[in-house]
Design a protein around this ligand. Structure first.
Ligand SMILES: Cc1cc2nc3c(=O)[nH]c(=O)nc-3n(C[C@H](O)[C@H](O)[C@H](O)COP(=O)(O)OP(=O)(O)OC[C@H]3O[C@@H](n4cnc5c(N)ncnc54)[C@H](O)[C@@H]3O)c2cc1C
Ligand SMILES: NC(=O)c1ccc[n+]([C@@H]2O[C@H](COP(=O)([O-])OP(=O)(O)OC[C@H]3O[C@@H](n4cnc5c(N)ncnc54)[C@H](OP(=O)(O)O)[C@@H]3O)[C@@H](O)[C@H]2O)c1
Length: 245
């Protein structure tokens, strides 16, 4: 299906950490959006160095049940055209994006437990999937492992606690790779959690989102355990920009 062009208004801006912002857009025209949990929209911005338009995709972090707007979640990348543009928006500003699209979406398979693994803002599409799956009623076990760097990078912890209290089949663990002191939770990379806690992949579907290294390493661990569906969304290569796109 052809991508739709949406006109929207930035309505809710929330700084979640020193470099992560949540932006709520209300749709102006068309007034509603229909998407699958996990899909993304794209913004066209002018690259300041090359002075030409570049396209940057952002996953929808809100659930598909919300039709009159979308929530995005993003890191500020210093000097990055896409994130700098989105961070420059103020409440009331208008913006336009295309979409929704993408093959990383929640499959309807009631026979499998779900394992979600995210690093950084890779939590965005998984948040949409979690709300979608959990709010639709009882299901099989749902587990989230989320890797962040340090205490100052933590967000959505209260929201996830609330979801876990409301849904007995949902568990999550946040792990910090570079904790600085007060943290009493999990430490190390998410790969350690997957390695230590996922013994069998029988009846499991795995969704991975974030940096390329995590996706490669977690896929390798899962593949060593056996065969199961693995869905992946790579945000960026740890090796740095591969090409100017
Ligand atoms: C399908 C898809 C969905 C995406 N959804 C999101 C999203 O919901 N939220 C989001 O923050 N980003 C998301 N991204 C990344 C986003 O599209 C941009 O690449 C990012 O905002 C950087 O763009 P930029 O123009 O500001 O900087 P650029 O100059 O293009 O990027 C500079 C470098 O920043 C690093 N980088 C890129 N994205 C991230 C990130 N998310 N976290 C940490 N470092 C990064 C990479 O090393 C990259 O090479 C998504 C990417 C894809 C492919
Ligand atoms: N967030 C910050 O405080 C900070 C500070 C300076 C620079 N930056 C730069 O900003 C960008 C975004 O940083 P970010 O922290 O949001 O995202 P990130 O660099 O992707 O890190 C997020 C989490 O993913 C982990 N990770 C990295 N490779 C992995 C792998 N192969 N398997 C499993 N986990 C893996 C990181 O662990 P490790 O810590 O072990 O890598 C970290 O816990 C990066 O380009 C980074 O260099 C960020």
């Amino acid at each position: 299906m052809a991508l739709q062009l949406f006109q929207a208004k930035a309505e809710r801006l929330r700084d979640l950490t020193h470099d992560v912002r949540e932006i709520g857009f209300r749709l102006l025209a068309p007034a509603e959006i229909s998407f699958k949990a996990g899909q993304f929209v794209s913004f066209e911005v002018v690259h300041p160095t090359f002075n030409r338009p570049v396209t940057r995709p952002y996953s929808i972090a809100s659930p598909p049940q919300q039709r009159d707007g979308i929530t995005l979640l993003l890191n500020l990348i210093p000097g990055g055209p896409g994130s700098t543009y989105l961070f420059s928006l103020k409440e009331g500003d208008h913006a336009q994006f295309k979409g929704p699209t993408g093959g990383f979406y929640l499959r309807d398979d009631a026979t499998r437990d779900l394992l979600f693994v995210a690093t950084g803002t890779g939590i965005a599409p998984i948040r949409s999937m979690l709300f979608d799956r959990l709010e639709r009623g009882p299901s099989r076990a749902v587990t989230l492992f989320w890797g962040l760097r340090s205490e100052r990078d933590l967000y959505y912890q209260d929201e996830l606690e609330t979801l876990a209290r409301r849904h007995a089949n949902f568990n999550f663990l946040t792990t910090l790779s570079r904790p600085e002191g007060s943290w009493k939770g999990q430490t190390g990379r998410v790969t350690r959690l997957v390695d230590e806690r996922i013994a069998s992949v029988d009846k499991l579907a795995v969704y991975l989102c974030g940096n390329s290294g995590m996706i490669k390493d977690v896929s390798a661990i899962i593949n060593r355990r056996g065969l199961c569906p693995i869905y992946r969304e790579k945000y960026y290569d740890d090796a740095g920009p591969q090409e100017e796109y």
